[in-house]
Design a protein around this ligand. Structure first.
Ligand code: ZN
Length: 217
């Protein structure tokens, strides 16, 4: 587990420090004309004619697509966790089946699936939709599933001071299903446990039972 490294990355505001100035300047947005030029170059490099009718609009279209897919690079997921309610509730809060799509940073191909987030509050409870917002921001960056899982757990731990947080991600990676070893249907499952879900076996099995609807074997 590389918890410390991930915590540092989040503390620095982004996983992609090299894309952002270390000064207090406004975060740069995605440079669409630059993407469009690069896509045109890719089309030429694979042996296509970027000027033929069907492809003429493609570079600009892909540029818009990429600025949507990577919008999370320029957003701080912590802002969704700033508004919380003070509640005495100290049992598990679970939001299951938050669908997401992200982009594998090794191939720039999509991976998509669902996130399940459970936590035990320590006086601070957030609106349930905020958890989905956090997933939305961290998924819209070049990602690896393992890191994304840990980032979500770290954010909840740091911003809400939870007693415990459990994050489980299940995803299909198109870089595995459409190329390489071509294994359609394979599911990658990752989990990150913090606090009591890490230290207490019965708490962990309780949250896993809530996520899966049965006791995991
Ligand atoms: Zn990949």
């Amino acid at each position: 587990m590389s918890k410390t490294r991930n915590s540092t990355e989040i503390a620095n505001g982004s996983v992609a420090d090299e894309h952002e100035p270390s000064t207090g300047a406004a975060a740069p947005q995605v440079d669409q004309p630059r993407i469009a030029r690069a896509v045109r170059e890719i089309l030429a490099a694979v042996g296509e004619d970027p000027d033929r009718e069907g492809l003429r609009e493609t570079p600009a279209r892909v540029a818009r697509l990429y600025s949507e897919l990577f919008a999370g690079l320029h957003q701080d997921p912590r802002k969704h966790l700033q508004k919380f309610f003070t509640e005495k509730y100290d049992e598990i809060v679970l939001v299951r089946d938050i669908s997401f799509n992200s982009t594998c940073e090794h191939h720039l191909l999509p991976f998509m699936g669902t996130a399940h987030i459970g936590y035990v509050p320590n006086g601070r409870v957030v609106g349930l939709s905020k958890l989905a917002r956090v997933v939305e921001v961290v998924s819209h960056r070049p990602q690896v599933q393992e890191r994304m899982t840990e980032q979500i757990a770290d954010l909840l731990e740091q911003e809400l001071g939870v007693k415990g947080v459990a994050v489980v991600l299940e995803a299909t990676h198109t870089c595995m299903t459409i190329r390489g070893i071509r294994k359609p249907g394979s599911l990658c499952v990752t989990s990150a446990m913090r606090g009591i879900f890490r230290s207490n076996l019965s708490s962990r099995s309780e949250v896993m039972t809530l996520i899966y609807g049965h006791t995991p074997r």
